[in-house]
Design a protein around this ligand. Structure first.
Ligand code: GAL
Length: 749
């Protein structure tokens, strides 16, 4: 009987007999219940779950900045096994840069039996054929099969080739324990041959791997010997309404969002091991993972530490075949040094997995370094200084690798509904840190805090027990800061503007410089369809696409006034100065320029007023329309229009319209935005949205929600039966949106 996770203590009984207990809410565990089961009749399984935060185990003992939702929140299933079975297979790949790669399979059986054979095969994911790898007679519980393979493709970020490894166990017996059409197209050894020799198939174990090497070196991280800067975010595993309890699809979606919407290379599973579905998806899409044991700042007594050590063991054993995982975190996040404890956790991780390095997140500089990588939360950026400290300021272990495990977060909480200046400042802080990260070659990786807002305890948050630290909202709707990351990607054109171009969002009506987060070469600005100016990124910047500053909304438009070139520039400065400081508070230099221009061009006060209203104020008459074109190779690849709102619409996206019930119910994620006629999000829209479902689906969460900052979301789930369902989303003054969803069972095909 297997539990993928139970928060935080589970006691399992079968037919009222105690079977076993498990401590810790973030790793899986299983019990052999055969001795407690009455075969041929009904059996009663009872699980007592203790989710109190007063229990003596990680992460509890002091305060914690996130909710630690309790209950049986991941899958539970029965695994039917013969009495002799394969308990575990740890696959290691070596020499991956050679044509002939080495593969070693460390196989653990449930028992030591004589005259048993294990056979190993390999299959590229997506292909049919299995390749024979090797076989071995076994006499002990563990056996090592070492072999070489050629013609396999590497697991890379852009090309995450995966392989299935299958180990079959053959023994002497009455009949085969499992019936399977094991289609072994083996050249040197086949199942027919085994059967001829009297062997019978007993068990099969399959796991998925990738051929890759990963190494944190003193100058950075290397994947397959290629230096790779790891830009990532921290992810909690929580969702609105359900806490931790989300099945496979939403877990996978988070990985997809990180990789495809935010263009990242990596994620840190702060502060505990997360769903296998999430990590599986990271394997599939090439997103590198830094995972760690549960805990937050506090280290408890010996009993507590023992459970922490147990969770190191569980984490490594349960996750070590994932190619996406490149680093084990073996310290309690942000705890103080505790050499004896951490020597133990570090040694355990190395002993159970000699292929990966260790780190352990600390918030103290120059602390003990027992692990391989100094992983440090650098919250030094306050918006006006360098984005990150230098490696040398944090650790004197120059020869070791260095990684920034968190930045920003609580240094600048930002709500999706904060005003424009605040949201821009949030985004700029992320951009500043990213820029410093790219400048400092020796920083292997940097993981921003954090992917999305999350519920927290009373000691943190904004009074509503929410930490607004995300670059996305809880519903995974992007804030402006998300576009810093999204615009680093090279594939899809991205162009997001920091401003709605509404003066009322700003003190004194001065919008100020506007930032374009884009992967375009430059941005061309048009006002009322007339070209204003091209804007380019800073050539000195090291990040792939630093934001483009748009600070001149008059551009060449003023040429038609016929002033001298010099005076055109002076007039622009004066007009901008009036907007920024007000007519009476102009800096003295600007005032002098104003006088000079007025004399030279013979301008009267009324002329100045006219220029101001035409070029800056934009009041009255036809509403001003700004168009920003993202240009790549001199072609328009993205374009946005900012003008007065004339119409409001719902913009709804759903990650699937087919829910498939397999090992559990299925959930679709619905993201909802209010937008204008140009599909620009209405950042100050807080209207009520009504959600109604009919048919074979149910809503997760309330039937009416208010938007915050122009966005919200919901989830729909299947109900254990096939059929059709409909979600209708309505809001005042907007066209309703219907979404039709089909529900089917995986075994129906
Ligand atoms: C860190 C901590 C995170 C989160 C973050 C907020 O100190 O590790 O869990 O609380 O601060 O910025």
């Amino acid at each position: 009987l297997c539990f993928e996770a139970v928060g935080h203590i589970a006691r399992v009984y079968v037919n009222d007999r105690f079977v076993g207990e498990h401590f810790g809410g973030y790793t899986s565990f299983s019990f052999d219940i055969a001795p407690y089961v009455s075969f041929g009749s009904d059996n009663f399984i009872r699980v007592e779950v203790d989710s109190r935060e007063t229990n003596n185990l990680p992460p509890f003992g002091n305060v914690i900045d996130y909710m630690t939702y309790g209950g049986i929140y991941r899958e539970v299933y029965l695994l039917v096994k013969p009495s002799l079975y394969i308990e575990d297979v740890f696959v290691k790949t070596k020499d991956v840069m050679e044509d002939e790669k080495s593969l070693s399979l460390q196989i653990t059986l449930s028992d030591a039996v004589n005259d048993v054979i294990v056979m190993c095969e390999l299959q590229k994911v997506g292909e049919d054929t299995w390749r024979y790898l090797g076989h071995k007679s076994v006499t002990d519980v563990s056996v090592l099969v070492e072999t070489k393979v050629t013609d396999v493709e590497l697991w890379e970020i852009e090309n995450p080739n995966l392989y299935n490894v299958r180990v079959s166990l053959w023994g002497q017996g009455e009949k085969e324990t499992i019936s399977t059409n094991l289609s072994t197209k083996s050249i040197r050894f086949s199942k027919q041959e085994l059967r001829k020799q009297g062997y019978i198939l007993q068990d099969i174990y399959e796991t998925r791997i990738g051929f890759r090497s990963c190494e944190f070196r003193k100058d950075g991280f290397y994947l397959n010997d290629k230096k790779t800067k790891l830009l990532g975010l921290n992810r909690h595993q929580s969702y609105p309404y359900v806490g931790y309890a989300m099945p496979k699809r939403p877990q996978q979606l988070d990985a997809d969002i990180l990789k495809f919407e935010l263009g990242l290379q990596a994620v840190r599973t702060s502060h505990y091991p997360q769903s296998q579905h999430f990590i599986d998806r990271c394997d599939e899409i090439g997103l590198l993972v830094f995972t760690e044991i549960p805990g937050w700042q506090y280290i408890g007594d010996e009993e507590w530490k023992e459970i922490a050590c147990e969770s190191v063991k569980e984490m490594v054993l349960q996750y070590r075949n994932h190619p996406s995982i490149v680093l084990w975190g073996v310290r309690i996040n942000e705890s103080m040094d505790d050499a004896a404890f951490y020597e133990k956790t570090n040694a355990m991780a190395h002993q159970l997995d000699d292929t990966r390095q260790t780190g352990g997140v600390r918030c103290i500089a120059k602390s003990d370094l027992l692990e391989d990588v100094y992983t440090f939360n650098d919250f030094s950026h306050i918006g006006i200084n360098e984005g990150l400290q230098k490696k040398s300021a944090v650790t004197s272990k120059e020869e070791k690798s260095y990684l920034v495990s968190e930045y920003n977060g609580h240094m600048f909480p930002t709500k999706a509904f904060d005003d424009e200046a605040h949201r821009l400042s949030h985004a700029k802080r992320h951009a500043n840190v990213v820029e410093t990260f790219y400048q400092q070659e020796e920083i292997a990786g940097a993981f921003g805090w954090c992917m999305f807002d999350y519920n927290t305890h009373k000691d943190f948050g904004s009074g509503d027990r929410i930490c607004y630290h995300g670059v996305m909202t809880m519903f995974r709707n992007p804030k402006l800061a998300a576009s810093v990351y999204a615009s680093q990607g090279r594939t899809n054109p991205v162009l997001i503007l920091s401003s709605s171009m509404d003066i009322g969002e700003h003190p004194g009506g001065y919008i100020g410089p506007v930032y374009a987060f884009t992967n375009a070469d430059f941005v061309a600005l048009y006002k009322n369809n007339q070209f204003v100016k091209n804007f380019y990124p800073d050539v000195k910047a090291k990040m792939p696409h630093n934001p483009i500053v748009i600070d001149d909304f008059i551009g060449v438009l003023i040429e038609k006034e016929g002033y001298s070139k010099k005076n055109q520039e002076r007039i622009k400065e004066v007009l901008t100065g009036v907007a920024k400081y007000g007519q009476n508070n102009l800096p003295i230099r600007t005032k002098l320029k104003m006088v000079l221009v007025m004399v030279q061009e013979k301008l009267k006060f009324e002329d100045g007023m006219r220029l101001f209203y035409e070029y800056v104020g934009n009041w009255g008459g036809e509403s001003t329309s700004y168009r920003f074109d993202g240009m790549k190779d001199n072609q328009v690849v993205s374009s946005i229009i900012k003008e007065a709102v004339k119409e409001i619409q719902l913009a709804v996206s759903i990650d699937t319209t087919t829910l498939v019930e397999a090992d559990s119910y299925d959930v679709a994620t619905v993201r909802i935005k209010a937008v204008d006629q140009n599909k620009q999000q209405l950042m100050v829209y807080h209207g009520v949205i009504t959600l109604e479902v009919t048919g074979d689906i149910a809503l997760i969460g309330p039937k009416s929600v208010s938007m915050t900052g122009g966005s919200t979301g919901t989830y729909i789930k299947s109900l254990g039966r096939s059929g059709m369902g409909k979600l209708t989303i309505t809001a005042e003054q907007m066209e309703p949106v219907d979404i039709h969803v089909q529900v089917c069972q995986a075994d129906e095909g």
